[in-house]
Design a protein around this ligand. Structure first.
Ligand code: GDP
Ligand code: IMO
Ligand code: MG
Length: 502
């Protein structure tokens, strides 16, 4: 029978005996070469288990991933970005200095840590060079693998990542403002059109950008086509392909020392038993497949994206850490069932300083949404939850938490799959008592006010994910660690240091 859209497994009746027989046949076949024990030990040799974890946003981005990756990165020798581009803005505060990282993983700020920009990222070379310049100006060394002393290299850019070109931004800006188009409220960085070209198999990869002849040919063809499209659809002025080539050829020379096969690098690190952290950008609800489509970004922001976006096997990922705010925010257009419009929302924005790290746009604020958090847990396989910005709720007399939705008069706990469903959704809230005491900088669960502990326990119970860390301020030290979490990640030293400094 020929199956077109159904998976072949659709026809298979689950039969444990069949899978047992298949296993034996497999071992038998392999046994012709060597014994099963030998095969097993060879497999172990190939997959030395270093600790690998994905840090993923459990909401609509800006959950505080930057701070959390920074805290965790002390225990990881590689930190790799796998999706998005310079639409991301990850804030890290180090020794009182604020860094906003857009393309470069936060691991760059840790001496001895290697930062990797994976193949799943879309790269604007000018944005990368600006970011490298800003880091160096702030005294952070940034060196690529082509440096004379390769051992000091700490930034690696995938040769397979796709390149953002000026026509991507041109088309995005025109499309966002065109009559009749659904406005997404993008960051205007050309992210969506760059991924469109990647999927349309007409994109430019970093390796090709480094070849001047290929670069010239690509720009000549693509620019002519994009100019025509933009003029026909949006009456946009054409871009100059010669100026574009000159700018990109110059940038390519400066980017070249950082470029390598990052899939090989990350896999070799894992094989050698090193620990690798995958730094998610955006958040679950902005994921191209699983988010509030079409109000999403154009990449796989969820944990699955870490495998395809860096070239590691899904089986190489040990744990997934989901980051959620103690409340909820969103930038840009799209559904937001727990949004608070009015003075309470304004107060959250003010206390949480909820303005976009990249665009400065005010973030929409709302209450924590548990159906959404449970969904994020399922889609990402979240094993540990990190709750950030607990201190922002300090002044609230009462705190609302959405526990379910009402859709067409019926209570439901799952989130709708399409935009029209969200429009009809009503949040069902449970009210919890506020604590009205400062939690800012608290470093142990026991020192939190009883109501704050109750709030976290409620979130843990209702979301079904264990809380591993709680953030009580933007600084590294303003963090509560849960023992089981730190033991699993081997972070005892970090905890001691944080407690000593706090
Ligand atoms: P990301 O995109 O997920 O890395 O998050 P952003 O950096 O865009 O936004 C998070 C903002 O909250 C940043 O300004 C952080 O410095 C700040 N932040 C992170 N954790 C905390 C916290 O626990 N309390 C407070 N008050 N601010 C925090
Ligand atoms: P970090 O990594 C919050 C949002 C934009 C817009 C939508 C599509 O800092 O959490 P795009 O430019 O990606 O095509 O815009 O996605 N968006 C983010 N919102 N945090 C982000 O990143 C975001 N990256 C994109 O505001 O609604
Ligand atoms: Mg951000």
């Amino acid at each position: 029978m020929m199956l077109r859209s159904l998976p072949a497994g659709f026809l298979r009746i689950p039969d444990p005996q069949i899978s047992q027989r298949a296993k034996s046949a497999h071992v038998e076949a392999l046994g012709k070469r060597e014994s099963a024990a030998e095969i097993l030990s060879e497999a172990k040799e190939l997959m030395k288990p270093g600790s690998t974890a994905v840090v993923v946003g459990a909401q609509w981005g800006d959950e505080g991933k930057g701070k959390i990756v920074d805290v965790l990165s002390e225990n990881f020798s590689v930190v790799a970005r796998y999706a998005g581009g310079h639409n991301a803005g990850h804030t890290v505060i180090r020794d009182g200095n604020k860094f906003i990282l857009q393309l470069i993983p936060c691991g760059i700020l840790r001496p001895g840590c290697r930062a990797v920009i994976g193949n799943g990222v879309v790269l604007d070379p000018m944005a990368l060079l600006r970011e490298i310049g800003t880091l160096r100006d702030a005294g952070v060394p940034v060196t690529g693998p082509a440096a004379a002393d390769r051992s000091s290299a700490n930034l690696f850019v995938s040769n397979r990542a796709h390149v953002i070109l000026p026509y991507h931004r041109m088309i995005e800006l025109a499309a966002e403002n065109a009559p009749g188009r659904v406005k997404i409220g993008t960051t205007s960085r050309g992210i969506g059109p760059a991924y469109e070209d990647k999927m349309g198999r007409r994109g430019l990869r970093v390796a090709d950008m480094l070849d001047p002849a290929l670069l010239r040919k690509h720009i000549a063809n693509a620019c002519a086509e994009k100019n025509m499209i933009a003029h026909a659809l949006f009456n946009t002025e054409p871009l100059d392909q010669d100026a574009m080539y000159t700018e990109y050829a110059r940038a390519a020379e400066q980017v070249a020392p950082f470029v390598c096969d990052t899939a090989l690098l990350v896999n070799q690190a894992i094989g050698a038993g090193e620990s690798v952290l995958f730094e998610g950008a955006q958040g679950t609800m902005l994921d191209i497949d699983h988010g509030t489509y079409p109000f999403v970004t154009s990449s796989s922001a969820t944990s699955g994206g870490a495998a395809t976006g860096t070239g590691v096997a899904p089986t190489a990922i040990n744990s997934v850490i989901g980051v959620t705010k103690a409340y909820c925010t969103r930038v840009g257009e799209g559904p937001f069932p727990t949004e608070i419009v009015g003075p309470v929302g304004d107060e959250l924005r003010k206390r949480g300083n909820e303005f976009g790290a990249v665009t400065g746009r005010p973030r929409r604020c709302g209450w924590l949404d548990l159906p959404l958090l449970r969904y994020a847990r399922m889609i990402n396989g979240i094993s540990w939850l990190v709750v950030t910005k607990l201190d922002v709720l300090d002044e609230m007399a009462e705190i609302l938490v959405c526990v379910a939705y009402k859709l067409d008069g019926k209570k439901r706990t799952e989130i709708p799959a399409h935009a029209s469903g969200y429009e009809r959704v009503e949040a069902i809230y449970e009210k919890l008592a506020g604590w009205r005491k400062s939690t800012s900088g608290v470093t142990s669960f026991g020192k939190l006010p009883a109501e704050a502990r109750a709030y976290l326990q409620f979130v843990e119970k209702e979301s079904g994910a264990r809380i591993g860390m709680v953030s009580t301020g933007p600084d590294r030290e303003q963090t509560i660690f849960v023992d089981d979490f730190t033991a699993q990640l081997g972070m005892e030293k970090t905890v001691d240091r944080v407690k000593a400094r706090a």
